[in-house]
Design a protein around this ligand. Structure first.
Ligand code: SF4
Ligand code: SF4
Length: 346
């Protein structure tokens, strides 16, 4: 058994707002649009990553998605120390210290002048405002690839429900083009925000990060009652409307949420849901770790957290044994969408 990971205090998080930033409802703040994805829905997909998340999961692998605002990212490995960014910054927020450029993030307004001056792209602005139509036009460029295998668009984040109005418009336009639609959500939002999107979703991936409310609060910053309630309502909605497909995702973080009692309690929660449900056990990967320092944060986790195959299988077996209504799979790319439970099949 591996020792539990060490959690270290993450600095700089208190400067990141966790509330939605008022913006034109017709605009979405997006930090990435990734093409040819295969893990978040059937077929080949384009994933649109909405910026801003109310949760602070200690294992978050996408720190670019935390802040709802634009921000400057700096990669010191690409930096030649030419000083151009220092010279153009109107706020005096850049300075060279030792072998890298330091950004005073209290002064930085994310104006982007330094990124424009940086020839090596060591500095970039993270976050772009798009209209829903611009997003769907980008997505639709790959329509030919979606047709084979039922691909389409997945709205992800960050937390897409922080920008529910813009997401609704993206989904509505995508539906108009007959594209398959999915969202990924933590369900940490008012039910009405989630409900708004459901008529336009073919699949909803919803996370359960920890079934115990106090542990959930320690690991994400928030208790989980709202999330558990929203998962129940989502499953009920899916059953009564025969859509969307609900896939409950269980991110497995070794030492943090895969002990015997957590697995059993999670299985009991699943068994208490009204219908059969797809359960997708998701291995954690440390891939986003270098992005923390790029936006002036420190990673919370110090240690190897990659889940091993045996541990994932044990979790899967546990769920199967205690929750007869669960149709389990391991890994985002391993869901057999043709064999999902009938009651939650679109
Ligand atoms: S402009 Fe780019 S390469 Fe030059 S010092 Fe600034 S970050 Fe480094
Ligand atoms: S984004 Fe603008 S304010 Fe921020 S460091 Fe760059 S030039 Fe300065």
């Amino acid at each position: 058994m591996r020792p539990p990971p060490v959690l270290v205090r993450r600095t700089g998080l208190n400067r990141i707002p966790t509330e939605s930033v008022p913006r034109q409802p017709t605009k979405a703040m997006v930090f990435d649009i990734s093409r040819y994805m295969i893990e978040d829905g059937p077929g080949i997909r384009t994933n649109v990553f909405f910026k801003g998340c109310p949760l602070r999961c200690v294992w978050c692998s996408n720190p670019f998605g935390l802040s709802p605002r634009q921000e400057v990212a700096y990669n010191h490995r690409k930096c030649t120390l030419c000083g151009a960014c220092v010279g153009v910054c109107p706020e005096n927020a850049c300075s060279i210290e030792g072998d890298r450029v330091v950004t005073d993030r209290q002064r930085c307004t994310a104006c982007g002048k330094c990124a424009g001056a940086c020839l090596t792209h060591a500095r970039v602005i993270v976050g772009t405002e798009y209209s829903p139509l611009e997003i769907v036009e980008r997505v639709n460029e790959d329509a030919t690839f979606y047709r084979r295998g039922g691909g389409g668009v997945t709205l992800s984040g960050g937390e897409v429900l922080m920008q529910a109005d813009a997401a609704l418009e993206v989904l509505r336009l995508a539906r108009g083009l007959m594209l398959h639609t999915a969202i990924e959500t933590s369900a940490h939002a008012q039910w009405e925000r989630l409900e708004l999107l459901l008529p336009y979703c073919d699949i909803v991936f919803v996370d359960l990060k920890h079934v115990d409310s106090e542990r959930h609060r320690c690991l994400t910053g928030w208790s989980n009652e709202l999330i558990l309630e929203n998962i129940r309502r989502l499953v009920d909605y899916s059953a009564s409307h025969a859509s969307p497909v609900v896939v409950l995702r269980l991110p497995v973080i070794p030492g943090l949420n895969d002990d015997e009692s957590t697995m059993s309690e999670t299985a009991r929660f699943i068994a208490s849901l009204r219908t059969a449900i797809a359960v997708n056990i998701l291995p954690y990967h440390n891939l986003g770790i270098t992005k923390y320092e790029m936006v002036g944060l420190e990673s919370t986790i110090d240690g190897d957290l990659d889940a091993d195959a045996a541990g994932l299988q044990r979790y899967c077996d546990h769920i199967r044994a205690l929750a007869a209504n669960a149709v389990c799979s391991i890994g985002g790319g391993e869901i057999d969408y043709d064999r999902l439970p009938k009651s939650s099949k679109a």
